[in-house]
Design a protein. Structure first.
Length: 317
């Protein structure tokens, strides 16, 4: 695709790659700085967040005069779906961040208590990382066939169920249940990462960086609040006669269910399926032939960055 002309007459990045080069600037731009400046002021934070949300989702466009000819993302019905999608993603990221943050602050302590060994405290982090890696590709494949809401909702549900398994592990002092629960809980990390891509399925190319940065930023709220739930969780666990360390995971399971409901029930129409239909009808990339794993691995292996990382990794003999 040819580049687009800038104000000084030079040729800038094409519309298909511009949002990638725009991302670092946007990530520190209006959606982030505008809210960071008012972080200690509640009304200012709310106003800045609302303004960033409206700007990122194109709420003011019906469509905007500056939209490129044939840019279907600027159509009024697509703008409405995108606005609703981003709001649901922000809400799910906040509650999901609370749930994951509450568990992340306690998983090492729970692993040490269940295994009765300080050297096994790192087992929790290892299992959550492996769990996130194991479900990343299946969730992406599910999103492609059934939609983002099904994939993200299922991911949050598995993470919530993992929290319940960890409560049982703490009660029975079972190491196998600890491993299983941490693997399932790691699914929340994968969902957290994949949610940002759902935010740009219907975004206009010029707004993709800002929209993505808004969803990423919203996770910060949950990540700050979540670790502070250890003491309230211990009190809740006491009400039910459970071990104190299990309370945080009990709260995580409840909170993560709300994230799943936001995806399953409220994020409709699905952004990815809508994008596939619209871009497919316009001859977009979604109408091309699907890529299999062999093609994907070949493309990754051909990347200069991948080859450089492989040559310099300390794990290679």
């Amino acid at each position: 695709m040819s580049g687009c002309e800038t104000e000084d007459g030079s040729t800038g990045p094409s519309a298909s790659t511009g949002y990638l080069t725009e991302l670092p600037a946007q990530a520190s731009g209006d959606a982030i700085v505008g809210t960071a400046d008012g972080l200690l002021d509640g009304p200012a934070l709310a106003d800045a967040t609302s303004a960033a949300l409206a700007d990122a989702t194109g709420a003011a466009s019906t469509p905007r005069p500056g939209a490129a000819p044939g840019e279907w993302q600027a159509e009024p019905d697509i703008v409405r779906i995108q606005r609703r999608t981003v709001r649901m993603l922000v809400a799910a990221q906040v509650v999901g961040g609370v749930g994951i943050g509450a568990g992340a602050s306690l998983n090492a302590l729970l692993a040490e208590a269940v295994t009765n060994s300080e050297s096994m405290a790192g087992l929790a982090r290892t299992c959550t990382t492996l769990g996130a890696a194991a479900v990343a590709l299946p969730l992406a494949m599910l999103a492609r066939s059934k939609g983002r809401n099904s994939a993200l909702g299922l991911g949050w549900s598995v993470a919530a169920l993992g929290g319940v398994v960890l409560v049982v592990s703490a009660t029975t002092m079972s190491v196998p249940l600890l491993v299983l629960g941490m693997l399932m809980f790691g699914c929340g990390t994968a969902v957290n990462l994949q949610s940002r891509y759902a935010a740009i399925d219907l975004a206009r190319p010029a707004r993709r960086g800002k929209t993505l940065s808004l969803v990423v930023w919203s996770t910060t709220i949950g990540s700050v609040v979540g670790p502070n739930l250890a003491d309230p969780g211990a009190r809740v666990a006491g009400w039910f006669g459970l071990p104190a360390l299990s309370g945080g995971f009990l709260l995580s399971g409840v909170v993560l269910i709300f994230g799943a409901l936001a995806m399953f029930v409220f994020m409709r129409p699905d952004p990815l399926l809508t994008a596939q239909r619209r871009s497919g009808s316009a001859g977009g990339a979604a109408s091309g032939k699907q890529r299999n794993m062999r093609v994907t691995l070949r493309a990754v292996g051909a990347s200069p960055v991948t080859r450089f990382a492989w040559r310099n990794t300390s794990l290679r003999p």
